[in-house]
Design a protein around this ligand. Structure first.
Ligand code: MRU
Length: 350
């Protein structure tokens, strides 16, 4: 059973597993102030859509805790400022905005003293965290319904890291893989290395090794070859934001994997909580795509790998059109992308 928790509330502060240090070092970073939480999200000490939602929720509480007033209106105004700083960290994963909105809504709806609002904000952050863990487990459970009805063990390809590290624990895509493994139906995971930050090679592989799940890391340009060779039965990826029509933003390279899966008649699933669906966006073209620093591309560790004088383009995410997605596995059920709109919207706070 998974015991990897990237965000932990302990002794009045947040402990984050520093994901920039894995797999060579396991380092815990203590966060007591909301500005440090914003920095940790931006620099990807904590990353992955649901995990940054949880981190931002605690960031809101830390910010609330720092406000030194008994006056409700002044407190709420300062909390709006904290929310804005946290919103500026990463633009694509909607879970961040969803969690911040939920925290703000809670503050506005709580009638009581400022101290009482602060207490409820901490409880809400803890609730968001606990709910995400349960949601991931439900996604894993639901995924067992979509497995082919034969005793054959499956090789599943995944891209980036949508594991325990990217959520409150357990994971979405890697949560599916955990559940398939526990059900005795998994042969092997193929983890795309995931240039440029190598979340697949560093984080997905690390999680699999912790739990003795057989894992083969491939560089991103090997996925088509593996599909052509019949090594892949199914693809499961996570999501950072899903538009109302099912178009899905996820780590750069996901779209290419989906095209290749379609070409090879391999089912391509997205595993995501409903908090990742942005029903306010009609289609994926409206999803803001983060562009990150070019050093992620031209440097490996401290070594510069490109010649001087080249230009760079470093989008962190791409959008997979709904028609390439076999199904979206949520905590409620697995749906075809076009039927997403019929699911319960009640968890959408944005
Ligand atoms: O840039 P990252 O590492 O935060 O990107 C993470 C991903 O793209 C994940 O696949 C996604 O957030 C889903 S995590 C359950």
């Amino acid at each position: 059973m998974n015991t990897i928790y990237p965000v932990v509330w302990s002794n009045n502060k947040v402990l984050l597993i520093d994901q920039t240090c894995l797999p060579s070092q396991y380092v815990l970073v203590e966060i007591s102030r909301y500005e440090d939480m914003a920095k940790a999200i931006k620099t990807m000490i904590v990353r992955g859509a649901p995990a940054i939602g949880v981190a931002a929720a605690y960031g809101m509480y830390l910010g609330a805790r720092e406000v030194n007033t008994k006056e409700r209106e002044t407190f709420l105004k300062k909390l709006e400022d904290v929310a804005e700083i946290l919103r500026q960290t990463r633009p694509t994963a909607v879970n961040l905005f969803w969690a911040i909105s939920r925290m703000l809504k809670t503050a506005y709806e709580t009638l009581g003293t400022v101290e009482e609002i602060k207490t409820i904000l901490l409880e809400t952050a803890q609730k968001i965290q606990a709910e995400d863990l349960q949601t991931c487990q439900a996604i894993g459970e639901n995924s067992l319904q979509i497995l082919p009805n034969n005793p054959h063990k499956l090789s599943i390809l995944t891209h980036c890291n949508a594991g325990a590290l990217a959520t409150a624990g357990y994971g979405t895509a890697l949560g599916v893989i955990r559940s398939v493994w526990t059900a005795g139906r998994l042969k092997r995971v193929y983890a795309d290395e995931t240039r440029p930050r190598l979340q697949g090679a560093k984080l997905t592989a690390w999680e699999c090794v912790q739990e003795k799940i057989p894992v083969t890391v491939i560089s991103d340009n090997m996925a088509a070859h593996c599909m052509q060779k019949g090594l892949i039965d199914m693809v499961v990826v996570g999501a950072d934001r899903i538009a109302a029509n099912g178009d899905t933003a996820n780590k750069i390279g996901t779209y290419g994997v989906a095209v290749m899966a379609k070409m090879h008649h391999i089912p391509f699933y997205v595993a995501a909580p409903l908090s990742t669906v942005d029903f306010s966006l009609e289609n994926g073209g409206l999803i803001p795509i983060e562009e990150r620093d070019s050093s992620e591309l031209y440097q490996i560790g401290d070594t510069v790998i490109y010649p001087d004088g080249v230009d760079y383009y470093n989008p962190a995410f791409d959008v997979t059109p709904a028609h390439l997605i076999t199904g979206i596995i949520t905590e409620q059920t697995t749906v075809k992308p076009e039927n997403l709109i019929d699911l319960n919207h009640s968890k959408n706070y944005s």
